[in-house]
Design a protein around this ligand. Structure first.
Ligand code: WTA
Length: 632
């Protein structure tokens, strides 16, 4: 069967209608295009109460066979991974599909040699080097469940994730290159493992060559291990519903939870969305600037592009090194056709001025995309006009770690686009807007809570080790729906505009944090009694982090106290979670029942000082005056 792609608005409408009328037939037709070791017996079984969602039941496959082996006959010499290093003077590397297949098989054999078996959880903490992609696929090759942890998280965050997943294996590197600096990697892992005695093996890739401590009996070098293996590694037979990976993400309560995706549905959905949203063509060079540590990197650096047989550019560096023109220089250098990035990157490069854009032609670009947070109209137009030169299609893609792939987006150049609107649901996606008491809003030009009423193939299956948490978080607020945590509005024509989170999750530079998670980190500072964190609008980051902190004694040196809190947050979570503003207060606005009225804190942080709404239930209204007076 040939791969179909939607090419016109009319085809989109037809496909959408078909996907709603008979979802099973629709997705079965997509799934037919893959290599299955055994075809499924049943397409879908589901209920949202459990929740229990299963796609392609009884089907057997290995996703790496579909990413690699399947392409060897026709695309063996085509570049699969095009790696651009941090330093523009270091040579780029091209791995053909054949070479990537070879490297993945060898890596998988190293994993086996070191005791990794199907179903084992493997923590991956690595910078953006080719071995990161190889390590991810190496796990999938043998049916081990990868849990990638973004290489900017702290030792404590790694330890939490290793312990939650009972991972006994860690894949890492000696260090990393990041802009003008090198960064620590292995030493961070070592610190994490001080509290993870169950980790049996650490496999270390050499990147920087800096000296690192190797623990006897636990740590091995990848290049040494590779001497003992060959490139023959048959793909493990996986059930469609066997877990493929765990990826931790923040919610409104507690510690980050491990979102679980499974092999079959995730494969079908990432491939379908990649080809259709970006209107991928065989000759295209595709570049997603996310880090593999986030879901965007999983789905649109690794799995989606490789399933489609594309050339995926993997960039090690940062947008501002050696200067703020780096993205544009790389686009010209590698003749990138499709470029996918985050609004926060667009806004920060916009702020650097057109002087960094103008020297580059950007003439290879055909499609540009945005993901991770709402893109404001100013950034949308700048991106469209100055990067897309007015003629590139711009896709604003809304989705989540839990959805596995893009859910709402225009299809590049096929369905129309409107600034700040993700626009249309993809075929197979049935979004609704709900009122606060759970009624579907039928009319357009209304705002509501965004929920989905029918499963799609890459919907979250569970939160690792705690299915009840999955039910509580996503399926209990509104019975019969998957609740996204986002608010949205439909325009007169039914296009969706995502407004932002309606829960206690904040989105800082496209990174998700629970306010409780940051509060817990702040509270670990020795002099802090209590804290409350809210988001506020930030020109570059989308949302900034505003922390109100009660200290146990009078603070004499405010700057020093702030520095101490920032150091604690860096240690507990990582530098990406550092508050932008810390205001010391003597009390927080609480109701008589002891609940913090975050609405008030949010308004003050936003600079809204008068319209604070009903404050009559406050225990001590004087607190509000103090907070307003001390606003930063
Ligand atoms: C937000 C990232 C507006 C949203 C793929 C969602 C967006 C959260 C968009 C998920 C968009 C993502 N427009 N908001 N195009 N894309 N979001 O899990 O609030 O890191 O719930 O997944 O990012 O973030 P996550």
């Amino acid at each position: 069967m040939t791969l179909s792609r939607i090419l016109t608005q009319q085809e989109y409408e037809t496909a959408y209608a078909a996907s709603v009328k008979d979802p099973e037939a629709f997705w079965a037709a997509q799934a037919e295009t893959f290599t299955w070791k055994k075809k499924w017996d049943k397409v879908l079984q589901w209920n949202f109460d459990g929740p229990e969602v299963k796609w392609f039941l009884g089907g057997k496959l290995n996703i790496t066979e579909n990413c690699l082996d399947r392409h060897l006959a026709t695309r063996g010499e085509k570049t699969a991974i095009l790696w651009e290093p941090n330093d523009p003077n270091e040579a780029a590397q091209r791995l053909s599909y054949r070479e990537l297949h070879d490297r993945v098989c060898r890596y998988a054999n190293v994993l086996k040699r070191n005791g990794v078996k199907k179903g084992d959880r493997v923590c991956i903490y690595m910078p953006m080097i080719p071995e990161l992609v190889v390590a991810v696929l190496g796990c999938a090759r043998i049916g081990a469940i990868h849990s990638v942890v973004f290489a900017g998280f702290s030792a404590q965050s790694i330890a939490d994730r290793i312990q939650d997943a009972n991972a006994e294996f860690v894949l890492t590197s000696d260090g990393m290159m990041r802009g003008a600096k090198k960064g620590a990697v292995k030493s961070v892992v070592d610190e994490a493992l001080a509290t993870c005695p169950d980790v049996k093996r650490v496999i270390v890739t050499k990147r920087t060559g800096d000296p690192v401590a190797m623990k006897d009996g636990r740590d091995v070098w990848l290049h040494e291990e590779l001497k003992h293996v060959d490139a023959n590694c048959p793909a493990e037979v996986m059930d469609a519903e066997d877990p493929l990976f765990i990826l931790y993400t923040s919610g409104s309560t507690g510690k980050p939870k491990g979102v679980v995706h499974t092999c079959g549905g995730y494969m079908v959905y990432t491939d379908y969305t990649f080809r259709n949203v970006f209107q991928y063509e065989e000759k295209d060079v595709f570049w997603c600037t996310a880090d593999v540590g986030w879901v965007t990197g999983h789905s649109y650096i690794i799995y989606g592009p490789l399933l489609a047989g594309a050339t995926s550019l993997v960039f090690e560096g940062i947008p501002t090194y050696p200067d703020a023109g780096r993205f544009w220089q790389v686009i010209d250098k590698h003749q990138v056709h499709i470029f996918y990035t985050a609004p926060t990157a667009i806004r920060s490069l916009m702020a650097q001025g057109l002087g960094f854009v103008e020297p580059h032609s950007l003439s290879s670009l055909r499609v540009i995309g945005s993901v991770g947070e709402p893109i404001n109209e100013e950034a949308w137009h700048w991106y469209k006009d100055h990067i897309g030169k007015g003629h590139c299609a711009l896709v604003d893609t809304w989705w989540q770690t839990e959805t596995g792939g893009i859910m709402i987006s225009s299809l590049a150049g096929v369905t129309d686009e409107k600034p700040s609107h993700a626009a249309w649901p993809l075929p197979g996606v049935q979004p609704v807007l709900l009122t606060a008491d759970g009624k579907e809003i039928a009319e357009n030009e209304q705002e509501g809570l965004l929920a989905i009423r029918f499963p799609w193939p890459s919907i979250i299956r569970t939160t690792y080790g705690d299915h009840e948490r999955c039910r509580q978080t996503y399926f209990s607020s509104y019975k019969g729906y998957y609740f996204t945590g986002d608010g949205a509005r439909r325009d007169a024509d039914g296009r969706y505009r995502i407004i932002g989170r309606v829960d206690d999750v904040i989105n800082v530079s496209g990174h998700r944090f629970g306010t409780a998670e940051i509060e817990n980190a702040i509270n670990e500072s020795e002099f802090v009694v209590e804290s409350a964190v809210v988001g506020y609008p930030h020109d570059i980051k989308g949302q900034g982090i505003y922390a109100y902190v009660i200290a146990e004694r009078r603070i004499d040196d405010v700057e020093q106290a702030r520095a101490a809190i920032l150091a604690t947050v860096t240690k507990v979570i990582g530098p990406i979670a550092k508050p932008d503003k810390i205001q010391f207060v003597t009390g927080l606005p609480k109701t008589r029942s002891g609940k913090i009225m975050r609405r008030i804190l949010r308004k003050v942080a936003e600079g809204e000082m008068s319209n604070l709404g009903d404050t009559t239930t406050l225990l001590d209204p004087a607190v509000v005056e103090e907070i307003k007076a001390g606003r930063l």
